[in-house]
Write a protein of this length. Sequence first.
Length: 104
Amino acid sequence: MRTIRSLLAPVLVCAVLATVAVPAAAQRGGEIHARMDQIAMRIDRNEARGRLSHREARRLRDELGSIRQQEERMRRDGRLEGRERQMLERRLSRLDERVSDARR
């Protein structure tokens, strides 16, 4: 009985740690996706309100699509390095500024 407990204890600890680590990693990736979704909604809203022309909204959506594709390529190895994350954040910030500044 003692042997079983001593063997199972490390396994249970690893299982608990894995369930905590996976959501944290997913949350970090989720932050980028949430930001992309917010920008997409702002583009749509500003176009609907006439603050963006159809042409400018299309350009902004194309840029957002390019950022999404780059993020997918970066994640092909199953993770996103800090430098890669910073690059995506910079591109998203520039796009966000273009959405804010764009007026007809």
